[in-house]
Design a protein. Structure first.
Length: 91
């Protein structure tokens, strides 16, 4: 039951964030700058910058993880070759 509650909470928070972002991007251009409702939204410049920064961060993390896996695989191969060469020298 705890997982179901947590999933519902995550879904609710995601839906709220999506609605807030959609209102920020789609509705605020039609509201005059002097209106108090504009105070709850950041400047519109961040409407594009925030997702781009998040995407760059996600892409960078993915590349870093992939690079770590590739390097660790190569290191494993090099160690195996060194161990095989060392075993060959001993015999």
């Amino acid at each position: 039951m705890e997982q179901r509650r947590l999933g519902g909470l995550v879904l609710l928070l995601t839906a709220a964030a999506w609605l807030y972002y959609s209102a920020w991007v789609l509705i605020t251009p039609f509201i005059e700058r002097e209106q108090p409702v504009r105070l709850i939204f950041p400047p519109r410049d961040w409407a594009l910058a925030a997702p781009v920064l998040a995407g760059v961060g996600l892409f960078g993390t993915t590349l870093l993880t992939l690079g770590c896996f590739l390097v660790s695989g190569e290191l494993r191969k090099m160690r195996a070759q060194q161990m095989a060469a060392l075993a060959h020298k001993k015999s």
